[in-house]
Design a protein around this ligand. Structure first.
Ligand code: UDP
Ligand code: MG
Length: 314
């Protein structure tokens, strides 16, 4: 632990949403790991992402009284990435550690990440996740896109160790729809991974509804990359090329005197295909514009209601 005025070596950022007593266990286990194994100064920043449960609010007020624990409450539910970004902004350490509040990642694995401090970012990777089939399939799809869109060679976990200058770079990027892996990728390619176990959630049900997962997924695709634009541009060229080839074929048959059948169905297919592609491309372009509008109107990624506990010495 560290005195409030001193800069700690490590800042642990935990997004919190309608959580239970496991948060107290997490804080205790973090304190033990830092005191017994890591033996370095640290602070714990709990960011309450607009929890509605009274028990969570009381628990956070309680934890804010602990040494080295700071609680930041947001005005409403902004989503996990906004909460993490808020925690990173409040942090003072040389290294930031992000971890979920439901003990699915073990605080005891943090020293494994610290052993790779030569890199800008170290992520835990979980070979097998304690998730439902739906959660597993969405994180599988997300992993594919993390690789295809963002170029990550490793599977990411919420348990990450991030160097201060990377965090500063991430915070300099102005976005109201943050996607943490994309922000990290904007700043560095120097990423290492450490295998670690994924435990059963101490919270029971996921607080990440399908709608929230989908929202973040579309933030990755539209808000944090030009992937869809590229796909549709290439598809547009391919479809246009095909129609040229078809037209050339029809002309060649005419010239050779081969009778051509007026094909109503193929014409309809072509019209629908082109029409569909056009509509999709217009829709995606529209989404990019909405995101641009969000940024130009300076919509925030999070708004702080209050701070409790150790104040930042920045
Ligand atoms: N979380 C958040 N805001 C939300 C939903 C979740 O800050 O709107 C946090 C939650 O407190 C936890 C992390 O995101 O620390 C992951 O949530 P959860 O364990 O429910 O999701 P899953 O394990 O299914 O990804
Ligand atoms: Mg979880």
């Amino acid at each position: 632990m560290t005195a409030p005025s001193q800069k700690p070596r490590y800042s642990v950022v935990v997004p919190v949403y309608n959580t239970g007593d496991c948060l107290r266990d997490l804080v205790t286990r973090l304190q033990c790991v830092f005191a017994d194994t890591i033996k370095a100064s640290f602070e714990i920043i709990l960011v309450d992402d607009g929890s509605m449960k009274e028990s969570t609010k009381t628990l956070l007020e309680d934890l804010a009284r602990e040494d080295g624990v700071m609680v930041v409450r947001l005005t409403r539910n902004f989503g996990k990435p906004g909460a993490i970004l808020c925690g990173l902004e409040a942090s003072r350490g040389d290294w930031m550690i992000t971890i979920d509040d439901d003990l699915q990642q073990s605080p005891e694995d943090i020293p494994l990440l610290i052993a790779h401090e030569g890199h800008d970012m170290v992520t835990a990777t979980h070979a097998r996740k304690q998730h439902t089939l739906l959660q597993r399939s969405t994180s599988w799809i997300k992993a594919i896109f993390d690789r295809a869109v963002l170029g990550y060679q490793v599977k990411l976990s919420p348990l990450k160790l991030i160097r201060r200058h990377v965090v500063d770079g991430m915070l300099a990027i102005k976005t109201n729809r943050p996607f943490i892996p994309a922000l990290i990728r904007q700043v560095t390619n120097d990423v290492a991974s450490v295998p670690s176990e994924h435990c059963k959630s101490a919270q029971g049900r996921s607080r990440y509804s399908f709608k929230k997962r989908w929202g973040q997924f579309s933030d990755l695709l539209v808000g944090n990359s030009n992937f869809l634009m590229q796909v549709f541009t290439r598809l547009g060229f391919v479809v246009a090329g095909l129609s040229f080839a078809l037209a050339a074929g029809v002309i060649a048959r005419k010239l050779m005197g081969i009778p051509t059948q007026a094909g109503w169905s193929s014409l309809m297919v072509a019209i629908l295909l082109i029409g569909g592609l056009n509509l999709a491309a217009i829709g995606i372009t529209g989404q990019y514009f909405i995101r641009l509008l969000d940024i130009t109107s300076k919509k925030p990624a999070f708004v702080i209601r209050e701070r409790m506990g150790a104040p930042p010495a920045k």
